[in-house]
Structures are given as structure tokens and as C-alpha cells.
Write a protein that binds this ligand. Structure first.
Ligand code: ZN
Length: 431
């Protein structure tokens, strides 16, 4: 019941506060921080038709428009979560086996749960996500409904089903995927309309922390070639270093998850311009929510050890200079905790400004949207987060202080009148 009330409050807010597109609205903040982590000499952001029209001081003197006070709040660009599973959802999360429940749920209920995940994502200040593995066209349908304004949620960059032995069973009588087979698998995703091609390069997921290669370097290169020729971006999932060399050779855009990369691998990624998406925090989430998944104490301990290894690899990657993007790898009840990853990044040695960049300018670069998202600049999408604290002095201002969220010129979250509604995830005690 509490959730129903909460959702209806949110929906009313969503519908009532979208300004007519012709009107200029000037939002006045206490402080404006750009996606670079720099404090701008500006307190006002003027928005018109879903785009940022101007950023500066006293804009009401030069631009005619209504001034809306964001009293005491600090602006950041709308955040980007570079790794989600927004279609993995249940209506409730009892003790037991959430994966089994997910496998049994009807498509219509999955879709409703995905809509809830979309709302919870906005509550964290995330206005764009790259979603990496969905079945039944759930991601395409949710994206279309959000783009049509029918459902509140972040911009979704889709992958459809990731390339994986489960999704792409080998023809009878064959034991390894050929280059032709994997190129054909990529072509299928292109034909479906996916924005991204995701290749599961290795095992490793949830309680399984192994990293055994599924595909040869030749096969991964062939899939990447097919994707690149079709104008798509590619990412490779690898839990350890096993598929990293193949991914670099294939010219992918990003590599997701890996612990234990060597300094040479990280340097090769950096010189190839490949972005690292460490996804540290999802294993903290699985350990902390072990009862939802029937993960016992031994599994939880293993997950926490893996978090430590992931932090150390991120520390080395950051020190080496490879670009890093924030990806939560959120599933199920992990939505609403999307930005806990930033706390892990600070624990791995980033400054707060560098952590902000992972979820703004770096995420935009990953998406190929660096002229459109991730900055508070004229001409960019009018996406901002207004926080009740200073994220440069305390990264918790992002996890616990999201008071207002604008996406494409519409206020999709607004807790100014009732700060008790502000999302405050329990990011655990590991960082
Ligand atoms: Zn994932």
C-alpha cells in the first residue's frame, strides 16, 4: 500500500509539472556543478523545449521567463547509469529465490515491474541508462513507452538479449561458436533494433564469480565487426581478465566488470579509447540482499571478497588513466541503489569530482552522446539533478540528497515540499 501511494504521488508530479514547450523557465540554484566536476560561475539554468537555453547568473535580466527557485539546492547534470537490467523486476521481494521467481513471472507483470524500476531509477537522479540484456522485447517496449511520454523513466539505450550460449544455442553437432555464428548473432540484434550489441565473453553473474571464456577472440571480433558496420556500439562482459584481450582486439566501446586486469591490459584499453565499467557495487548488493536470493553466509562472504578485488582493479585502472563509467548492474530490488557505485569509486581513490565525471561526461562519451548529455551547457538536453548537499565535499549528497530531477525539460521528481520522500538507499558498510 505504501508503495502504491508513493507511486501515485510520483505520477501526479510527473504529469502536472511538465511546462509547455514554448515557455522558458529559469531554475535558480545555490550552486551549479557541471559534469566535469567544476563549479560554474552560474546559478541559473534556463530551459526551453526540453533543451538548456542558457546557463549563467541573473538570466531573468536577459531572458524572459518564469523563475523557479531551487532554494539551497546544488545542480548536477542528469546522471547516466551505463549498466542496468531494468526489465528484471518483480512486484515484491520475499525471502527465497528471486531468480526462480523472475523465471516464472508473466510478461505483462514483468513489464509492470520494469516500469517501477524505471521510476526508482529517476529517483536516484539517473536520467539515462544503458540496459544490457533483456528478453521478449521488454526493453524496446519500455523505451518506446518512455519516449512517447506514456511512462516516466530514464532514456534507455537497449541491447535486446545479450549474445550468450543460453540465448544463442549452438547448432546440433557443434561445440564452439564460429566467427560466422557470432557475426550472425550480432546481425540478429541489429535487425531487432538494438542500440548496443552485448557479448557475454565469459561466465560470471550473481553468485557465480567465475570467468571462463565462452567465445574465441576470432568469434568476438567477427561479432564486433558486424556491429560496427551497422553503426552499433559493442560491450563485452568479462568477470576476470579472460576476455579482455579479445575485446580490445575487437575494437569494442566498453568492457564491463573485470577484476584482476593487468597493468598492460589497462594501458592497452586506455590507448584504444575503451571505457571500463567496473560494476563494483552489484556484488555488495547481492551479499546484502542474500536472503532474497537464498545466498548463504559463504556465498555472501565470497561476494564481499570479490568487491574488494573489484575496488583494487578500479584503483589501478584509475591510476593508469583509463576512462571509467558508472554502471550499477542493478537488478530486481537493486533499483533505487544505482548510485551507490559512486561511493565505491571514491573508496577506489577517485576524488568526488572524478566520481561525478563517471556518471556524467564519461557516461555520455560511452553512449556517443557527449554533445547532448552529461553537461549543463546551452543546447544540451535539459537533464539536471538538484541535490540537498554538496557532492564535492561528500559523495553521499548524490546517493541521499536527490530532491528534484529534470529530464528533457520536465520535472520528473520533485520532493521540495516533502523532503521525507527523498530516496536514501542503504549502500551498506563496505565503503
Ligand atoms: Zn549486468
Amino acid at each position: 500500500m505504501r508503495r502504491l501511494v508513493w507511486l501515485s504521488v510520483l505520477l501526479v508530479g510527473f504529469l502536472a509539472t511538465a511546462p509547455a514547450s514554448a515557455d522558458v523557465v529559469i531554475y535558480r540554484f545555490a550552486k551549479v556543478i557541471d559534469g566535469t566536476g567544476n563549479v560554474l560561475d552560474a546559478r541559473d539554468i534556463a530551459v526551453n523545449g526540453g533543451r538548456i537555453k542558457a546557463v549563467g547568473n541573473n538570466l531573468d535580466k536577459s531572458v524572459s521567463g518564469q523563475v523557479v527557485m531551487m532554494e539551497g539546492l546544488t545542480a548536477l547534470p542528469g546522471l547516466i547509469d551505463a549498466h542496468t537490467h531494468i526489465t528484471y523486476g518483480l512486484s515484491h521481494y520475499p525471502d527465497g529465490n528471486a531468480w526462480e521467481a523472475l523465471g516464472k513471472i508473466e510478461r505483462a507483470d514483468r513489464y509492470e515491474a520494469a516500469k517501477v524500476n524505471a521510476l526508482k531509477t529517476l529517483q536516484t537522479g539517473v536520467t539515462s541508462v544503458r540496459d544490457l540484456n533483456a528478453d521478449g522485447r521488454l526493453d524496446f517496449d519500455l523505451k518506446a513507452a518512455i519516449n512517447a511520454g506514456e511512462v516516466p523513466g530514464p532514456r534507455i539505450y537497449t541491447s535486446g538479449p545479450g549474445i550468450h550460449p543460453f540465448n544463442d544455442p549452438l547448432p546440433d553437432g557443434t561445440e564452439t561458436a564460429t566467427a560466422e555464428f557470432l557475426a550472425e548473432a550480432a546481425a540478429k540484434r541489429v535487425a531487432m533494433g538494438a542500440d548496443w550489441i552485448k557479448i557475454f565473453g565469459t561466465t560470471g553473474s550473481a553468485s557465480d564469480l567465475t570467468s571462463r571464456a565462452y567465445y574465441s577472440a576470432e568469434a568476438i571480433a567477427a561479432a564486433a565487426d558486424a556491429a560496427i558496420k551497422a553503426g552499433k556500439r559493442i560491450t563485452v562482459h568479462t568477470y576476470g581478465p579472460e576476455a579482455v584481450d579479445a575485446a580490445i582486439a575487437a575494437g569494442v566501446t566498453s568492457i564491463d566488470h573485470p577484476v584482476g586486469m593487468s597493468a598492460a591490459q589497462i594501458k592497452a584499453m586506455a590507448s584504444a579509447g575503451i571505457i571500463y565499467v567496473p560494476t563494483i557495487d552489484h556484488n555488495r548488493y547481492y551479499a546484502q540482499h542474500g536472503s532474497e536470493y537464498s545466498y548463504g553466509a559463504d556465498i555472501q562472504a565470497g561476494l564481499r571478497v570479490f568487491v574488494g578485488r573489484n575496488i583494487e582493479t578500479t584503483r589501478l585502472a584509475h591510476a593508469t588513466g583509463v576512462m571509467i563509467a558508472m554502471g550499477s548492474d542493478a537488478v530486481l530490488s537493486g533499483f533505487g541503489e544505482n548510485t551507490c557505485e559512486l561511493k565505491a569509486f571514491v573508496a577506489a581513490g577517485m576524488s568526488t569530482a572524478e566520481a561525478i565525471q563517471t556518471a556524467t561526461v564519461n557516461g555520455a562519451k560511452l553512449l556517443g552522446e557527449d554533445a547532448n548529455l552529461g553537461r549543463l551547457q546551452p543546447g544540451f538536453e535539459a537533464d539536471f539533478v538538484a541535490l540537498s548537499g554538496d557532492p564535492l565535499s561528500d559523495i553521499n549528497a548524490i546517493t541521499d540528497g536527490v530532491t528534484v530531477v529534470m529530464k528533457a525539460g520536465s520535472l520528473v521528481v520533485d520532493h521540495r515540499a516533502d523532503p521525507a520522500q527523498i530516496n536514501k538507499p542503504n549502500c551498506g558498510a563496505l565503503y
